[in-house]
Structure formats: C-alpha cells, structure tokens
Design a protein around this ligand. Structure first.
Ligand code: NIG
Ligand code: FE
Length: 396
C-alpha cells in the first residue's frame, strides 16, 4: 500500500485480479509480450487506486511519495500513434514548409524503410519512442501497423507493437502500396483476407485511411469493406477520416459504431450531428495541422454539440513527428478553442473513451494507478508553458 500525498491517492500494487472485456491491459510499460488472441483475458498485475481523500485521513502506508505541491494528473492516454517504423522524412517536412502539399504519397518511403529494417532495429526504435512518450507523461499508447502493407510485414509490425501495448491496431488499409497501384481491388481483397487473418491475433482494433482526397488512401466503399471484414474477424473498428477535406469517414465511423473517428479536420454540420447522436468519439490530432500547416478543426463546435472529443498525437514520420501530449493540449487551447480543462480531459478520459476503456484516463478508486506529474502547481501550466518539459510519467 502506498500513498501519494498532497492529492492523497492510495494505490495497491499487484492486485492480481483478472481483467475481462474492456478492462484490458494497456500500459505502455507493461512489457508483457502478449502472443495474440484478441479479447483474451489477461492477468492484471498493475497497481490500482484503492482510496482517494484528504491527506490527513489517508490510511497508513508502507511508502509515501511527496509531490511537494506539484500537480498530479491521470497519465496521458495517447490513443492514436504510428510508432513502429524506420526511416526519416524530415526532407518531406522541409519541402512542405516551403509550399509542398500532403497527400499521403510520402507513406511509401516509410514502407520501404520499414520493410528493409530488421526486427531488432524496429524493436529498438519502438522502445526508444515509448520511453520518449513516458518521459512526457503518457502511460497508455495505442500503436497502429500500416507501414508494412504485406502479409508478413503487417504481422511483424503488430507482433512488435504487442510487445509494448495491448492497444494495437491493424492498419493494412493505410494506403495502396506501390506494387499494387494498378490492382487496388486485389489489394483490398488481400487486406480483407490473408493479411487480416495473419494480423488479427495481434490486434485489438482495425483502422482504415478513408480519404477520397488522397489517391493513395481508400474510398468509402473500400473502407466499408475493410472494416466489415475486420469486425467479422472480431476486431473493433476505428477510422482515419475527414483529414484532407470533407468526406465519408465520420459518417462511416458512426455507421459501423466505430470507437473513434480520428483527424476530423473537415466536418460538416451533418457529420457533427451524427457524431453527437452516437457513441463514436471524435479524436482531434492538432499536431497534424501544426506539422502540415492545415486549418485546425473547430473543437468548440464539436464540444458545444455534445460530441465526446479526444486528443492524441498521431505520432508518425509524415504528418506529425511529435510524441508530446502536452504540446497537443497547448495547441488545443491556443488554436482550437478548448479550455485547459477540456483539453486535459480529452487527453485522458476522452482518449480512454476512444479506446473504450474505463480503467485508465481517470483518478478514481479501481482505476489503474497510472499518473502524470507536472513540475508545476496546476494543469493550467500545460498550455501556459508550451514546449517546456514539465510533464512526466510518475514512476511508482
Ligand atoms: O494519421 N493519414 C494517414 N496516415 C497518417 C500519416 C502517415 C504518414 O504520412 O506517414 C496520419 O496522418
Ligand atoms: Fe494516423
């Protein structure tokens, strides 16, 4: 039994309870290589919060962590990343800053570099990135495939991602790879068939880049077919949608009861109404607008309509090479009309909702003892001190 003072949060380590259903192990640092079996029950050895109250009333504990007035938050939940990849696209970024556009074409270069990398190289890059996330206060990381785009390379990406997170997402439907450019239909069938079959044991989610404004991504019909096959195989759907222009992604996400539609840069009033009446979360990724110099989505409009909003990084080599949730919170407040409270909620409880998780993203009895601590007295300092590394994972 340990107590964190100031906040007086008490946690117990190693409860040994078995998880079932949504309370599925997702700590970035679990280090448990789950060999597969989506939806299987997993032993839950991580610490859980057992008591919250005034410091003076806290039960006796073996150990005390004195925060000395620093702000304690739920650990950030980064519900959208592409952390398994090799290669570098800084030149593409530089070209964009002098006027080039983004249409997803650069993804092919990451696919080539990722296919050429060994397991050990990819694993070492992934682990460095996870460590970078944790240093900035993130305790759960969703990780997508999507830079393999062959049966073996997609399976390999998910196998490696599963070593560090149970929130793994099959994204064979990221783009049509160069070798399949003149056979789109054949590629969609590959994704829905043999690739899905090889990847499903290592994935909880299925995602697709539904984007008619990119010649490389997938149409509404192709996206529906890919998601439908994933759902039939027991995966839960999420969607990359409405990133480059208005499009069918958000409506399709609602249609299939996706947990989330991510990007939402261009939404119509009809899309917002549909999201408001659904259990689909709108995940905003303002680092993408920042790094592609695109207009920010109108978060205020979504919140005022009653849509559940999440914030995540989308950390990837093309559209946002940042793993900083604090930066996303700062952008949400400074550029998207969110209050600091809404932004912190979106990066914790909202992003947990986008993963259909109740056991993370909140400080509550029974929740995981996953915390971020700030070198600051208040969460207001996250948007107030942009770019300053004040947020850290609290090592227990
Ligand atoms: O979420 N939109 C599609 N996929 C990624 C970018 C991938 C890349 O450019 O490498 C995204 O922005
Ligand atoms: Fe993405």
């Amino acid at each position: 039994l340990s107590v964190i003072t100031d906040a007086a949060v008490v946690y117990e380590s190693g409860s040994g309870r078995a998880d079932s259903g949504q309370a599925d192990s997702g700590q970035a640092d679990s280090g448990q290589a789950d060999s597969g079996q989506a939806g299987s029950e997993r032993a839950d050895a991580g610490p859980r919060i057992s008591w919250i109250g005034p410091a003076a009333a806290a039960p006796a504990a073996d150990r005390q962590i004195d925060l000395a007035g620093r702000c304690l938050l739920p650990g950030f939940v980064d519900s959208h990343t592409h952390l398994v990849y090799a290669g570098d696209r800084s030149a593409e970024f530089a070209a964009r800053m002098t006027g080039a556009g983004y249409d997803g074409g650069g993804i092919a270069s990451t696919v080539a570099a990722t296919r050429a990398a060994s397991d050990d190289q990819l694993r070492s890059l992934l682990r460095q990135r996870i460590e970078e996330c944790r240093r900035q206060g993130t305790t759960t990381v969703e990780i997508k495939s999507g830079y393999g785009l062959s049966v073996d390379d997609e399976r390999r990406m998910l196998r490696l991602a599963r070593e560090v997170s149970t929130e793994t997402t099959f994204l064979g439907g990221h783009v049509v790879p160069p070798e399949a450019r003149d056979n789109r239909a054949g590629y969609v069938e590959l994704v829905r068939g043999p690739m899905l079959e090889a990847c499903a044991p290592y994935a909880r989610w299925i995602d697709v880049f539904c984007e008619p404004h990119s010649p490389h991504a997938f149409t509404e019909e192709e996206s529906r077919a890919i998601l439908g096959a994933g759902i039939a195989a027991g995966l839960l759907p999420r969607v990359h949608g409405n990133q480059l222009g208005p499009g069918p992604g958000a409506a399709l996400a609602v249609e299939v009861d996706a947990a989330s539609v991510d990007h939402c840069t261009y939404l119509t009033a009809v899309d917002i109404d549909a999201l408001a009446g659904s259990s689909t979360v709108a995940t905003l990724l303002p680092g993408v607008e920042f790094s592609t110099r695109s207009p920010y989505p109108d978060a205020r409009r979504l919140l005022d309509a009653g849509v559940t909003v999440a914030l995540a990084t989308d950390c990837n080599p093309g559209t946002c090479n940042s793993s900083s949730v604090p930066l996303m919170i700062a952008l949400a407040v400074r550029e998207m009309g969110m209050t600091a409270e809404e932004a912190v909620w979106a990066a914790t409880r909202g992003s947990a909702a986008s993963l259909r998780r109740q056991d993370i993203g909140r400080i509550a009895v029974g929740a995981r003892a996953d915390f971020a601590v700030l070198d600051a007295p208040s969460y207001l300092h996250l948007p107030y001190r942009p770019g300053v590394p004040i947020a850290h994972h609290l090592a227990l």
